[in-house]
Design a protein around this ligand. Structure first.
Ligand SMILES: [Zn+2]
Length: 229
């Protein structure tokens, strides 16, 4: 896909998507990760698209301000683990080890992979425990928990009672992780978002409005941490 970079604003990367069906130029910012896409008729020239984007620069900058810059996970950065800022630091360790607010990783392997594996492990540990508790309380069993790096949803529950979660949730405070767990466990009983469903969430988790709002507001920022694939 063609990229447009604005004058003096190299941080604002815009993906250009020409579409023969479109009649006008439109500029969109993804609420998930702040990615900017410019769509417009294919007969327009690159210059015309670029001029359009330039004319919207201040709007883009203010909009984009609500999305923080990506953080490439490497030595020295800080990453939240269960809501606590944790510094990634080198040490003579075999596998990642967290002491206080420092996560020690080895110099000899990819830092990003080590941090990611650590997050997966902690996430699995917590979700196993929390989901087991909630499902016991609800009296509905689940089969297995799968962790993924999903973009559009934080969790899901299948018809055959398998639960899926985004492992990025382990960066959020623990009650947020627990709320999403309660939400998916409640789907074991109600495969919808009916009044009964939300009552079930409240029954197993307690009042959840604060956590739901946190996720809506701060969830996208969990996607700013970039790991090597
Ligand atoms: Zn749901």
């Amino acid at each position: 896909m063609t990229k447009i970079f604005l004058e003096d604003e190299p941080g604002l990367e815009i993906s250009l998507r020409k579409n023969s069906n479109s009649r006008r130029i439109s500029l969109r910012i993804s609420a998930l990760d702040g990615k900017i896409t410019l769509t417009g008729p294919s007969y327009l020239s690159f210059e015309e698209f670029k001029n359009f984007a330039e004319s919207k620069k201040s709007w883009l900058k203010s909009k984009r301000g609500s999305f923080q810059h990506p953080i490439f996970v490497s030595e020295g950065i800080k990453i939240p683990i269960l809501g606590f800022e944790t510094k990634v630091s080198f040490s003579n360790v075999q596998k990642p080890k967290k002491i206080g607010n420092v996560l020690y990783v080895s110099k000899r392997q990819s830092v990003s992979n080590q941090v990611k594996n650590y997050l997966l492990e902690i996430c699995r540990f917590h979700l196993n425990y929390i989901c087991a508790e909630f499902s016991k309380k609800l009296g509905s069993k689940f089969y297995k928990i799968t962790l993924r790096d999903t973009r559009s949803r934080w969790g899901s529950c299948s018809n055959d009672a398998n639960l899926m979660f985004s492992w990025r949730l382990v960066m959020a405070p623990e009650d947020i992780l627990a709320y999403v767990a309660a939400h998916e466990v409640a789907h074991l009983k109600h495969m919808n978002h009916s009044k009964e469903f939300w009552e079930t969430v409240e029954f197993i988790f307690g009042p959840y409005k604060k956590e739901k709002a946190w996720l809506k507001q701060n969830g996208p920022s969990l996607h700013r941490y970039k790991f090597e694939s």
